[in-house]
Design a protein around this ligand. Structure first.
Ligand code: ATP
Ligand code: MG
Length: 561
């Protein structure tokens, strides 16, 4: 049969090709996938790749996708992670319906399968210490040695395994191992441990169990019990596939899901593994799991990323079989594109300096009309207050400007966005600090809206706010968390020594258009000429607004390299 390479004109990745063929040739009538997080941390952008793949395949094929918590390690797992994972998957836009499952729901069945393996003489209780087991395992170049306990009679194995379950032995003294092949070239097949004793309470089963199944053993059987058709995982599990298949073949299970591996997402200027992210949190290098500089889904959300931008990003990078690195710019462009079309424009002066219009009537305030989106009239207009005293950006004035500086300076005239043309008169400098404290200008009353009836042109347009009506806001300028592309590449430097010391700059004196105080936490806007910002969902107060910079208007890192 010819390979199915596209669907509805869209090229299919290699996994979707396999699925299309399995449906076309009748191997499966319904596709069932699963997303199997371990509840030992918060989800990150790498998990989003797996979520979009598994749930995406479900949606494209009218299939089913289960959310399964792989909770076999009681010492590292907590219920709060379960809740946050559910929240993140739902936020990304996916629905597991009535199918939230837990590997721990299968503990009894898994125990039964282990007894079946023992009865088939395919599993045994081993009393070697963990160090001995490691030593006996051999290496990639040397075969392993068989455990002296390998050929125990079935009855003795059954009795000992039951003893393990009932708490008869201390931790580390007994394990159940699959009896496969100690000389296999694949180390995973050298009698892997499938059960160990752990006297730890489990977040769902409490103290019911004193033994816990290992990941490899649990995963294939959970997939089987849920009738998963395609078990999609990342490349590091490729060497585990023979074990996945061996367990299901040996138990002669009625359903045998197909494991397919794909390349994990690696993103530059960040670290992705939960362990590393945990170190950043615990070392106080960031403010928690949802710090807006983190690539956790909760961090990205707080930073102002939308679910649509993350889905688009995952779509753009595709699914392949070779490990590769994706440049952070690709992720940043996805949110830039999204916000460019959806975010309303506003004015906010980040580093204000006062401008006084000498010929503007004292005490007068007028309202000027401004577009919410210059390319989208349907997004409407708003009114912004204008008066004699304004703030402009300190960097928009220069005492001795070079010719190419098209903003305000001695002898210059500029346009105030949606306002008037203003002409420089004088400025006042603080004698002690040398800082410019006030700039005096005159405005041309005939230029309301920004154009001169005599047709004269000005080169620059700058943003501004009314000094009297503006609201003070806190603005956090976020940038990449690391200064190097791959913080893990140089093994002689700890990754936390390569943090970008300017990844967060907090501005306390910014002045914003008054309507910005009416936003709700999570709302996004473009500050004209500055970037996209969102109302912080943790720290926002109606009388003390806080904005996070999601992304700049253009990529400023390309220049720095
Ligand atoms: P980490 O390496 O961050 O600890 P993990 O693989 O241990 O992640 P799990 O909770 O076990 O985290 O992962 C759930 C699913 O997400 C798995 O199927 C895993 O393969 C997938 N996944 C994790 N990280 C990535 C990534 N960077 N790219 C694609 N898929 C990923
Ligand atoms: Mg894991």
């Amino acid at each position: 049969m010819e390979k199915i390479k596209e669907k509805e004109g869209k090229p299919l990745d290699f996994i979707r090709q396999i699925i299309a063929e399995d449906l076309a040739n009748g191997k499966h009538q319904k596709i069932i996938t699963r997303f199997p997080p371990e509840p030992n941390g918060f989800l990150h952008i790498g998990h989003a790749k797996s979520i979009c793949l598994n749930f995406g395949i479900k949606e494209e094929n009218s299939g089913i996708c289960n959310l399964r918590f792989d909770d076999t390690n009681p010492s590292k797992e907590e219920a709060i992670y379960v809740e946050s994972i559910k929240k993140d998957v739902a936020w990304l836009g996916f629905d597991w319906g009535d199918r939230p499952f837990f590997a721990s729901d299968y503990f009894s069945q898994l125990y039964g399968f282990a007894i079946d393996l023992i009865k088939k003489e395919k599993a045994y209780v081993c009393q070697l210490s963990p160090e001995q087991i490691r030593e006996y395992r051999g290496t990639l170049t040397e075969p392993g040695r068989e455990s002296p306990y390998r050929n125990r009679p079935v009855a003795e194995n059954l009795e000992l395994f039951e003893g393990m379950k009932n708490g008869a032995f201390p931790e580390g003294t007994h394990v159940l191992r699959a009896k496969i092949d100690m000389s296999s070239p694949n180390l995973n097949m050298r009698d892997p441990v499938i059960y160990r004793i752990l006297k730890t309470s489990h977040h769902r089963t409490g103290d019911t169990w004193q033994i816990y199944p290992m990941y490899d053993y649990t995963h294939c059987l959970s997939d089987m019990l849920e009738n998963i058709t395609h078990s999609l995982c990342t490349l590091e599990f490729e060497d585990h596939r023979p074990l996945y298949d061996w367990i299901l073949d040996t138990l002669e299970t009625p359903c045998h899901p197909r494991q397919i591996e794909f390349a994990r997402l690696n993103l530059t200027y960040t670290v992705m593994s939960k362990r590393k992210i945990m170190q950043l949190v615990e070392g106080n290098h960031v403010d928690g799991w949802n710090d807006p500089r983190m690539v956790t889904l909760s961090g990205l959300r707080r930073r102002g990323y939308t679910a649509a931008s993350i889905q688009n990003f995952i779509d753009t990078i595709g699914v392949g079989k070779r490990d590769s690195w994706i440049d952070m710019t690709v992720l940043e462009n996805s949110i830039r594109d999204d916000l460019n079309s959806s975010a309303e424009r506003r004015m906010c002066v980040l580093d204000p300096v006062k401008v006084v219009l000498d010929n503007y009537p004292k005490g007068q305030i007028e309202e000027l009309e401004a577009k919410n989106h210059p390319q989208k009239p349907d997004m409407g207009n708003r009114l912004i207050p204008f008066g004699r005293e304004l703030y402009i950006e300190r960097s928009d004035f220069m005492e001795n400007p070079p010719r190419k500086f098209h903003r305000l300076g001695p002898g210059r005239e500029v346009r105030l966005r949606y306002g008037y043309l203003v002409q420089y008169v004088s400025h006042i400098t603080d004698k002690d600090t040398g800082e410019i404290v006030e700039i005096h200008c005159t405005y041309d009353p005939d230029t309301r809206g920004g154009s001169a009836p005599d047709g004269r042109k000005v080169k620059g347009t700058i943003h501004w706010v009314s000094a009297e009506k503006a609201v003070p806001v806190t603005v956090r300028l976020y940038d990449r968390l690391f200064i190097v592309e791959n913080p893990e590449a140089d093994k002689s430097v700890h990754f936390t020594d390569q943090l970008n010391s300017e990844s967060r700059i907090t501005l306390d004196g910014a002045m914003a258009e008054p309507c910005l105080a009416d936003l709700q936490p999570g709302n996004s806007v473009q500050f004209e000429r500055q970037g996209y910002f969102c109302a912080d969902s943790n720290d926002w107060q109606d009388d003390a607004p806080v904005f996070n910079r999601t992304v700049t208007l253009r990529d400023s890192w390309a220049k720095r390299k």
